[in-house]
Design a protein around this ligand. Sequence first.
Ligand code: MN
Length: 250
Amino acid sequence: MMDFHCHLDLYPNAREIIEQSEKRGIFILAVTTTPRAWLGSKRLVGNAKRIRLGLGLHPEIAKDRLDELSLFDLLLPEARYVGEVGLDGSKDHRPFLEKQRLAFRHILTSCERSGGKPLSIHSRGAAKLVLEDLRELANSCVPIFHWFSGSPTELEDAVKQGGWFSVGPAMMASEKGRRLISAMPRDKVFLESDGPLAKRGGRGLTPFDATESIKVLAEIWSEGVGVASERMNLAFRNFVRELPGQALAQ
Ligand code: MN
């Protein structure tokens, strides 16, 4: 099982979470929010076997960190995964979309140049723009749409563009989220926590909440938990096999 989008470096008890996840064999994609956070996160993760780091520039802070794009490019060759990246068109962040887009397109272009990377993508209130940029820079990445909240038509487009999806307890808690999840191809869906930023009852979600949410997902899919987990593990193996430079990505 897995947590495909987790801000591991933001937990006060990150070490304990890493140790527990390793014990339970949970795969974690630990996304970062700025290129500057990469080195610290790398030290934190150490040689944990099932944890991968994403090199990121979060759209909510991209406008203030454009100067870190050169560091992003410098670190990109050693990053197997990229994230969290993307665009945020919600009320507070919409005014800065132009700067966000500059960063996102820069990142996509760099990824394309480096042969393509798996990307954990944020697209709140901006699915249309994200999909436009991905279409234009089609060889930049294998997109993993994190907490996708676009329209059903945008979801169809994301699927057409070869998108994968990571969904978690926060998304499953809303009717709209559950409806979108039902419309996703089942063999393209992974679990995520988005913790500790995403919360439940005031507590930051953890990778263990992500893996537990397979039960809710199985309910949404009207099938047994065993069937749902089996399919997801198979999907994960297929995902890794299809990655650019997959020998390294394993
Ligand atoms: Mn996130």
